[in-house]
Ligand binder design. Structure first.
Ligand code: 2IT
Length: 445
C-alpha cells in the first residue's frame, strides 16, 4: 500500500474534508504494516474500496418553528460499509454537522462495530439542526420532517440508526414514531428506544459504563484501579453521565465536567445528586454548565476553558472530536496523568495522541473505549429480533465481556517491543482485519 498516494487521491477527491481525512490517515498509518504483509488486500484494492462510503444520502429538511416561520436544515445518512452486517451508527444533531464530520464518524464506526464482535456494518447520519433552546414541539416536528426522508433508506436488516450528540431518548422516540407510521412495521429499526417499546436496559448508560470497563482494564495493566483516583471528564450529556456513575461506583472521584461555555471544577467530586443534576441540565436543552456552580457551592465555574488544565490521574474526554489538543496533552503529561481514554469519537488531535505515545502514557482511542454504546445497540437489535428482553444483569455482563474482548484484541495487535500497548494500533488492526477479510470473502462489490 502506498499511503501517500492513497491520501493524496482522497484529498483531491474530497478537498477540505479535514475531519474525514484525519480519521482515514490515522487508521491507514497504523495498519500499513499489516496491509503490506497481506498482498491479497492490495490486489483486491481493499483500502481504496474501504475509504469511500458505499453511498451518501443528502436531503433537505424543511419544518415550521413555534413562531410559524419555515426553517430549512440539511439531513444526511452516510452508509459506509456493510461487510459485517447492516449499516449501524448514530445520528448527530448539531450546528457543526457537515459531510466531513459524518464521513469521519461513519468511517470510525466501521472498525468500532467490528471490534464489538457483533454483526454490524458502519454508518452515521445527522443534521445541522441545533436542538439547543428548541421547544419539545419544535424538536418533534424536526424529527418527523427528518424521518420523512430517512425512512426510505433504513430498515432493520438494512441500516439501523441510533443517537449521538444532540439525539437522546426523546429524539429517538419522535423519530421512531414517524418511521413506524411510514414503514408500517414495528421492527425496532432505531436503537436507544424507550424501555416500554423495545429499548434495552443499560443502553442509556452503555457508552459511559463500557468506557469505564475498558479504562479499568487499561489501569489493571499498570496494577492500578479507579479507587481513590481523580478523573477529569468533559461534556455533561449521556456519555459523561454514565462515566460519572460508574467511576464513582468504583471509588474514583469525578472532578470536572464541561460545556461549550467552560468547565466545572469540583474538588469534592461530582457524585450522587450532582450526577442527577447533570441529567436535568441536559433535559433543559441548554448547552451550558454554568448553572451547575450556582447549584453546588463546592463547584467552581471556569468560563471559556477546557478541563485538561486540572491536575488529574485519569482524563476521559466525553464531548466531541478534537476536544483535547497537543497543548492540553502537554499539561496532562506534566501533571502526571496515568491514562487517557477517549470516550468521545476522535476526542484527541493527532498531536495529542503522538505525545501520549511518545511519553508512553496508556491512551485508549474512541473506537475501542466508546464501543460499549453501539455494542448495547447491537444487543438491543438481538432482543428485538427475539422479541424478548434481557435483564439489567444479563446486558451488563455481555457489555463487560465485549469490552474485555476489545481490550484483549488491542493487546494482541498493539503490544510493542518494549511492552507498551499502542491501543490505537491494536484497535485499528483488529477492526481492519475483520472487515478486510469479510470484504475479500464477499468479492468486489
Ligand atoms: O458513536 C457511536 O458509537 C454512537 N453514537 C452509537 C451508535 C449506535 O448505533 O448505538
Amino acid at each position: 500500500m502506498n499511503l501517500n498516494n492513497i491520501m493524496n487521491d482522497l484529498e483531491k477527491k474530497h478537498p477540505g474534508e479535514v475531519e474525514f481525512l484525519q480519521a482515514v490517515r490515522e487508521v491507514l498509518e497504523s495498519i500499513e504494516e499489516v496491509v503490506n504483509e497481506n498482498p491479497q488486500f492490495d490486489s483486491a484494492k481493499v483500502i481504496e474500496r474501504l475509504v469511500e462510503p458505499d453511498r451518501v444520502i443528502m436531503f433537505k429538511v424543511p419544518w415550521i418553528d413555534d413562531n410559524g416561520d419555515v426553517q430549512v436544515n440539511l439531513g444526511y445518512r452516510v452508509q459506509f460499509n456493510n461487510a459485517l452486517g447492516p449499516y449501524k451508527g448514530g445520528l448527530r444533531f448539531h450546528p457543526s454537522v457537515n459531510l466531513s464530520i459524518l464521513k469521519f464518524l461513519g468511517f470510525e464506526q466501521i472498525f468500532k462495530n467490528a471490534l464489538t464482535t457483533l454483526p454490524m456494518g458502519g454508518g452515521k447520519g445527522g443534521s445541522d439542526f441545533n436542538p439547543k433552546g428548541k421547544s419539545d414541539n419544535e424538536i418533534m416536528r424536526f424529527c418527523q420532517a427528518f424521518m420523512l426522508e430517512l425512512w426510505k433508506v433504513i430498515g432493520p436488516e438494512t441500516d439501523v440508526p441510533a443517537g449521538d450528540v444532540g439525539v437522546g431518548g426523546k429524539e429517538i422516540g419522535y423519530l421512531y414514531g414517524m418511521y413506524k407510521k411510514l414503514a408500517r412495521e414495528n421492527s425496532g429499526v432505531l436503537t436507544g428506544k424507550g424501555l416500554g417499546w423495545g429499548g434495552s436496559l443499560i443502553r442509556p448508560e452503555a457508552t459511559g459504563f463500557g468506557g469505564v470497563y475498558f479504562t479499568k482494564e487499561m489501569l489493571a495493566m499498570q496494577n492500578e484501579t479507579f479507587e481513590g483516583k481523580t478523573v477529569a471528564i468533559s461534556g455533561f450529556g449521556n456519555v459523561a453521565w454514565g462515566v460519572a456513575l460508574k467511576v464513582t461506583e468504583l471509588g474514583g472521584k469525578i472532578i470536572t465536567i464541561s460545556g461549550p461555555d467552560g468547565y466545572i471544577y469540583d474538588e469534592e467530586g461530582i457524585a450522587g445528586e450532582k450526577i442527577d443534576y447533570l441529567l436535568e441540565l441536559r433535559a433543559s436543552n441548554q448547552d451550558i454548565v454554568a448553572p451547575f456552580a450556582d447549584e453546588f457551592p463546592s463547584a467552581k465555574f471556569i468560563p471559556g476553558k477546557r478541563p485538561w488544565e486540572v491536575k488529574c490521574d485519569i482524563a476521559m474526554p466525553c464531548a466531541i472530536q478534537n476536544e483535547l489538543n497537543g497543548d492540553d496533552a502537554k499539561l496532562l503529561v506534566e501533571n502526571g496523568v496515568l491514562a487517557v481514554a477517549e470516550v468521545s469519537n476522535m476526542g484527541c488531535t493527532p498531536e495529542a495522541v503522538t505525545l501520549f505515545h511518545e511519553k508512553k502514557i496508556p491512551f485508549g482511542p474512541g473506537k475501542a473505549v466508546n464501543a460499549g454504546g453501539v455494542a448495547v445497540s447491537g444487543l438491543e437489535m438481538t432482543q428485538n429480533a427475539m422479541k424478548l428482553a434481557w435483564t439489567r444483569e444479563e446486558v451488563d455482563a455481555k457489555l463487560h465481556h465485549i469490552m474485555s474482548s476489545i481490550h484483549t484484541a488491542c493487546i494482541t495487535h498493539g503490544t510493542e517491543d518494549d511492552g507498551y500497548i499502542n491501543y490505537v494500533k491494536g484497535a485499528n488492526i483488529a477492526g481492519f482485519l475483520k472487515v478486510a477479510n469479510a470484504m475479500m470473502d464477499q468479492g468486489v462489490i
